[in-house]
Write a protein that binds this ligand. Structure first.
Ligand SMILES: O=C(O)C1=C[C@@H](OP(=O)(O)O)[C@@H](O)[C@H](O)C1
Ligand SMILES: C=C(OP(=O)(O)O)C(=O)O
Length: 431
């Protein structure tokens, strides 16, 4: 990685674009699930995470791996687990700590992570496991301290959790059920109360549980881990569809390709392939394995929902800024509780680019400017997706960008600026 990656303010110049084969990192959502399941089933260290070059490994995957390593320490150790900015790592690891017999853990993280919702997950864990001796205490917000019961075999084997704030609660609890099933050899169940947001991520968790050999029985709003048979081999990890969202648009603009784009990976953000078809773009296989190019001319406006693919909405907002007609993002409330308030972030970006937005309840309309500005400025607010979204808009529009806080891409895509450089984007320190 070049030294410019560390600068807190960069200039992104898209005036000399060229085609290249662009590579996403490993998917952090897939890797997090696989790491936990590898730990539980004896596949540790997980070969497919070990195979990733360290500098390309998303920070959230390293957080999750360090957390699992802490949980593997001898029983009497107090485990310090720094979750940094990782929502899924924090929510997944709290449950794993709660089901590790006798574990004592102290969780810390960024102030923003402390603000993000986790109360319903804690309530669910307490309701299920307090009678066996679980204590789980919020700091203000840090540290979160946890002392796990030694024996849970006498409690009712069910977690109940609301589905509305984050699918990560249910995913975390299901991964907890896998641990409890292996120890107690009795079915453990998660019951989801009310509608589930980001449902595709719970599906991803179920897919990984099955890949690792767990038998899952589903009923409406209820999932039971009911059996386990070791699989013939340890599953491997796909490239990240959230990251491919940016790269597909850059590949379209530059005439390049993306690689590591497995459309059978089960990640909800592979919806990108379908969503760009609304505006005249088509992702087409190149003939190489998992490689795509993008063809077509932009037309119309797009529509996408935060319930289906919350992490793609910033990316799609960048695309909306260069379309010939307005676009609509729906169910946008979930964006307020991500690494930053992404709903405000999207509105700020559109305004910085000369467009306008209208927010009505859960629906955001984006009106692109008539012509792109001669340049625009944006702060990432420490949010990887806002940084990569602004850079994608810069490439799509040809308008140079001055970006404050580019280093946050480490969270999911450490090589992002390197990949853009391959496509001819010039990145220099800005005064
Ligand atoms: O389970 C996961 O890996 C994720 C679920 C989604 O969060 P929510 O379920 O909180 O919307 C998504 O936004 C996040 O980036 C990753
Ligand atoms: C919201 C995200 O992740 P997390 O919730 O795991 O912090 C994200 O990567 O966009």
């Amino acid at each position: 990685m070049s030294t410019t990656d560390k600068a807190s303010r960069i200039r992104v110049d898209p005036s000399a674009l060229r085609p290249a084969a662009l590579t996403p990192p490993v998917s952090k959502s897939d890797a997090q699930r696989a790491l936990v399941l590898g730990h539980l089933t004896g596949a540790w260290p997980l070969p497919s995470v070990q195979a990733e070059p360290d500098e390309d490994l998303p920070a959230d995957v390293r957080v999750l791996r360090r957390g699992v390593e802490a949980l593997r320490l001898p029983p009497d150790a107090v485990r310090d687990i720094d979750c940094a900015d990782g929502g899924a790592p924090f929510r997944i690891l709290v449950t794993q700590a709660a089901v590790t017999p006798g574990a004592q853990a102290r969780f810390t993280g960024t102030p923003r992570l402390g603000e993000r919702p986790h109360g319903p997950l804690f309530t669910s864990l307490r309701e299920a496991l307090s009678s066996a001796g679980l204590t789980l205490t919020d700091g203000a917000p840090w540290p979160v301290t946890l002392h796990a019961p030694r024996d849970t075999s006498n409690v009712t084997a069910v977690f109940r959790v609301p589905g509305s704030q984050s699918s990560q609660y249910a995913s975390s609890l299901l991964l907890g059920c896998a641990a409890l099933y292996l120890r107690e050899r009795r079915p453990w169940r998660v019951e989801i109360e009310g509608g589930l947001t980001s449902a595709g991520y719970l599906e991803l968790t179920l897919t990984w549980l099955r890949r690792f050999g767990f038998d899952i029985q589903s009923a409406p709003s209820s999932y039971t881990v009911a059996g386990y048979t070791a699989p013939a081999s340890v599953p491997t990890l796909p490239g990240d569809w959230s990251s491919l969202g940016y790269l597909l648009l850059v590949a379209w603009k530059t005439g390049g390709t993306v690689v590591r784009a497995d459309t059978g990976s089960a990640h909800p953000d592979d919806a990108m392939v379908r969503l760009i078809e609304q505006v005249g773009l088509r992702a087409v296989p190149t003939g190489e394995t998992f490689s795509l190019k993008v063809e077509g001319q932009l037309s119309g406006g797009l529509r996408a929902s935060g319930e289906e693919c919350p992490d793609l909405l910033p990316t799609l907002a960048a695309l909306a800024c260069v379309l010939p007609a307005p676009s609509t993002l729906t169910e946008v409330g979930i964006l307020r509780v991500k690494e930053s308030d992404r709903l405000e972030g999207i509105r700020t970006l559109v305004a910085a680019f000369g467009g306008t937005t209208e927010l009505q309840g859960e629906r955001l309309q984006i009106h692109p400017p008539r012509t792109p500005p001669s340049g625009f400025e944006m702060s990432s607010q420490g949010d990887h997706r806002l940084a990569m979204t602004a850079a994608t808009l810069c490439v799509l529009s040809g308008s140079p960008l001055t970006l404050t806080g580019p280093e946050c891409v480490e969270k999911s895509f450490p090589g992002f600026w390197r990949q853009l450089s391959r496509a001819g984007v010039r990145i220099t320190d800005a005064p």
